[in-house]
Write a protein that binds this ligand. Structure first.
Ligand SMILES: NCc1[nH]cc(CCC(=O)O)c1CC(=O)O
Length: 317
């Protein structure tokens, strides 16, 4: 007799980084708790893990996503958990995002020396961040901060803050609060940044749980983790990004929230495009029904394009 379909173990392919393993394990535990199905983590070593040069050459997190998707399509694993903001906006043929679980706080966070907030950092302070979106928005605040490009995992980046770790060559770094939450490092945060000042990246703080489109059993098991609000918010934010024809390396921010409107729950979507040198920005917002998430994102992108977003994205630092 074959293994019963109820108890067959699901194989979850994960990268080896601490953040990837932690969020994969959390989703594995949630699936088991909700369905009784056992889930085992299968480490996938990618070119990016072997050679940091490959990441730079092949483009950011794209290498990791590609390797994990190949394992899914080849059937080596049954599901994968991605940081949603790292996924390209184009769908992957043969694969489906079967669940968007409840989202972590999507805001950015400051980890600064001596407990300082952004406004308390003196002019000339060195603030590290890799994302062009953060670089542009930090420069646009006009605080005279010296924004320094940095790479590496969460611990490496935090370690560069004076008084927090070695080499301690920076006054502060800006990271996603969600990553710090998942790693149990919330205590290091000195300020959670107000979206009025630094608007988060599209889909930041959300996870995408992916499987083969034809794998009905896995889809159904994963589907138990679905959060309709998170799905709608991410759809609105990512459709803004797609309609701006911008990638994850563009200085584009988008953040949707669900708020109680006159006729029930409504999406409130904000987005911004900021010149990388911080010299100018366009910001806007729209609201409407959750069912119109993708259309709301496109409408906001069109408005920002009318107001000069393409020209701002073309500015070089
Ligand atoms: N590309 C980096 C990345 N991708 C996902 C997270 C964690 C937060 C999240 O899930 O959005 C991070 C780290 C960061 O931005 O500080």
């Amino acid at each position: 007799m074959t293994t019963s379909t109820v108890t067959a173990t699901l194989r979850l392919g994960t990268r080896g980084s601490e953040l990837a393993r932690t969020q994969s394990q959390a989703v594995a535990d949630a699936i088991t708790a909700a369905t009784g199905a056992p889930v085992e983590l299968v480490p996938i070593v990618t070119e990016g893990d072997r050679s940091p040069a490959a990441i730079a050459q092949l483009g950011g997190t794209g290498v990791f996503v590609a390797a994990i998707r190949r394992a899914l399509l080849e059937g080596t694993v049954d599901l994968a958990v991605h940081s949603y903001k790292d996924l390209p906006t184009a769908a992957e043929p043969g694969l489906t995002i079967a669940a968007v679980p409840r989202r972590e706080d999507p805001r950015d966070a400051l980890v600064a020396r001596d407990g300082l907030t952004l406004g308390e950092l003196p002019p000339g302070s060195k603030v590290g961040t890799g994302a062009p979106r953060r670089v542009a928005q930090l420069r646009a605040l006009g605080l005279g901060l010296d924004v320094v490009p940095i790479r590496g995992n969460v611990d490496t980046r935090m370690g560069r803050v004076r008084g927090v770790g070695e080499p301690g060559d920076l006054d502060a770094v800006v990271l996603a609060r969600a990553g710090l939450t998942r790693l149990g490092r919330l205590g290091a945060i000195t300020e959670t940044l107000d979206p009025l000042q630094v608007l988060p990246a599209p889909a930041q703080g959300a996870l995408a749980v992916e499987c083969r489109t034809g794998d009905a059993r896995t889809r159904e098991l994963i589907g138990r983790l679905e959060d309709a609000s998170a799905r709608a918010c991410v759809a609105a934010e990512r459709s803004t990004l797609a309609a701006l024809e911008a990638g994850c390396s563009a200085p584009v921010a988008a953040y949707a929230e669900v708020a109680e409107g006159e006729h029930g729950p409504e999406l409130f979507l904000r987005a911004s495009v900021t010149a990388i040198d911080g010299s100018d920005a366009v910001r806007g917002s729209v609201s409407g029904p959750l069912a119109d998430a993708a259309a709301l994102g496109r409408a906001l992108a069109d408005e920002l394009l009318d107001r000069g977003a393409a020209e701002l994205m073309a500015v070089r630092s």
